[in-house]
Design a binder for this molecule. Structure first.
Ligand SMILES: [Zn+2]
Length: 498
């Protein structure tokens, strides 16, 4: 018999240290699709919804997809926005039900104005309609802060296993296949979650080189294979810029029935993550150190671009995307053949658009959202060398095919640096952020990007060197002790212990 499945997505990685509220306008600025639009915009993309649409076809499901909403990381999700999406899902469950199963594509680090566990609150609303017996599967980002409430309310929970997150399609496919087996009555999964007293761990989940995350995943896989009745296991590195009780890494195991041996797997993996808590695979530099290295490399005649990444102002983690210290230092160093992208400044983008292509003038750029933290605006003489509507589709590998709308966008060239100015906050993890603006990143000697790690998927293969700086100003710095945590459980690593 044809199974009826409700598929929905509501994502947010909330940075509670950001002062930007996340409302409907913030979702509409990035991704907000309703009903048929969900399928028409997301089919064929390397995302969870893309995978769910394909799985539905493969399994012959009759599906309903009322909403897919994803906003760039920022401050707390407003109560109105959370209520709005919850209502859209609840209405569809009631109007078109009963359903045999539910798939929710979430992030796992959503904090609302009225609830520090945005996912748990949504799941409870879904359970209130479908009851305890309809299977609910949930996909998460590996930077989820998983709560016990969420784990208890769903039957299947699977997170990405890669950072950069290039396996979104694969993990959703796995979730859908397990959901199909559960709906058929073949399996009866239960989710176990375990944590330690840590704010951040597993090297923040990095899988670009061997380290704590890849080793913990190897341990997890060995234990899953050796233990009967396990269906899936994930490691969440946690999202540390969230001041809630449960912030931090978790291991989640989905297995048959309520088997203590499955919880024990998660315990063992967390023990390893705790033991490796001080191991990192990256080295964060100061801007002056990085630029000294860039100059040396340029003097030696590097053949491929050097990438400079602004860790502390990563819009992908809630950074405002307009911190100016790294860009200012690159301009001062007068780097040859350089590009920087993107900097968030709708006012400046509009000024470029109004002035027109080829105009030369003085522009006050960036540093406007929170000048005290972000370094304040730069006053720059330059020329407008490109103007676009800011729309393109990502080429991948991460979220290939996903549509981006930066709003009015421009390239303002200062000396030998081309600066991409966007009207919306985006993390630059796809070469199209440059290419759509007429800049060929492969032909540049230096690229500055607002991204902490995801940029490596697109830029790693074309770069000669990568340097990550963490003193550019912003709300995603690794200096956790500088942040004013009030709600996280204490004591917690690394705030209270080494
Ligand atoms: Zn993530």
């Amino acid at each position: 018999m044809t199974k009826r499945v409700l598929i929905a997505g509501f994502k947010h990685e909330t940075n509670t240290f950001s002062k930007l509220p996340t409302d409907l306008a913030a979702y509409k600025a990035r991704t907000y699709y309703r009903d048929d639009e969900v399928a028409s915009k997301m089919r064929g993309t390397a995302t969870e919804i893309g995978a769910a649409l394909d799985a539905a076809e493969r399994h012959g499901w009759s599906i309903r997809h009322p909403i897919y909403a994803n906003a760039t990381p920022s401050g707390r999700v407003t109560k109105d926005m959370h209520d709005h999406v919850t209502q859209a899902i609840v209405d569809a469950l009631k109007a078109d039900g009963p359903f045999d199963g539910v798939l929710l594509c979430l992030h796992g680090a959503m904090v609302c104005e009225h609830d520090e566990d945005g996912e748990g609150r949504l799941l409870q609303a879904v359970r209130d309609v479908v009851g305890p017996d309809v299977p609910v599967a949930m996909t998460l980002d590996l930077h989820a802060n998983v709560t016990d409430r969420s784990a208890e309310l769903c039957d299947i929970m699977i997170s990405y296993r890669t950072y950069p997150h290039v396996d979104q399609y694969e993990i959703a496919t796995q979730a859908c296949d397990l959901l199909a087996r559960t709906m058929a009555g073949e399996i009866h999964p239960k989710v176990h979650v375990r944590r330690r007293e840590m704010l951040d761990g597993a090297d923040h989940g990095r899988t670009t080189s061997p380290g704590p995350m890849t080793e913990a995943l190897a341990t997890l896989d060995k234990l899953l294979k050796a233990t009967p009745g396990t269906y899936a296991g994930s490691i969440n590195a946690g999202f540390p810029w969230v001041d809630i009780h449960d912030t931090g890494p978790t291991c989640i195991v989905t297995g048959e029935g309520d088997n203590p041996a499955h919880a024990q797997i998660a315990e063992q993996v967390m023990e390893q993550i705790w033991r490796d808590r001080n191991k990192l695979t990256i080295n964060l530099l100061r801007i002056d150190e990085a630029l000294a290295r860039v100059k040396t490399a340029l003097a030696q005649g590097v053949s491929a671009p050097i990438v400079l990444a602004d860790y502390a102002d990563n819009p992908g983690g809630g950074g405002y995307g307009d911190a100016t210290r790294l860009l200012g230092a690159m301009i001062e160093a007068d780097l040859p053949d350089a590009a920087f992208g993107t900097i968030y400044d709708p006012e400046a983008a509009l000024a470029c658009k109004n002035a027109g292509l080829g105009s030369t003038f003085r522009l006050e750029l960036g540093g406007k959202v929170d000048p005290a933290v972000q370094g304040g605006p730069l006053s720059l003489m330059g020329t407008v060398t490109a103007i676009t509507d800011g729309k393109f589709a990502m080429e991948g590998p991460m979220t290939r095919g996903t549509r981006v709308d930066m709003g009015p966008a421009a390239v303002f060239s200062v000396g030998r640096i081309d600066i991409v100015i966007a009207s919306a906050r985006y993390q630059n993890y796809d070469r199209m952020y440059f290419k759509s603006m007429g800049i060929d990143p492969e032909k540049k000697k230096v690229l500055g990007v607002k991204s902490a790690h995801h940029f490596r998927a697109a830029y790693g293969p074309i770069s000669s060197q990568i340097m990550v700086v963490d003193d550019g100003g912003g709300v995603t710095s690794r200096n956790y002790k500088d942040l004013d945590y009030k709600n996280v459980r204490r004591p917690v690593f690394p705030l209270d212990m080494d």
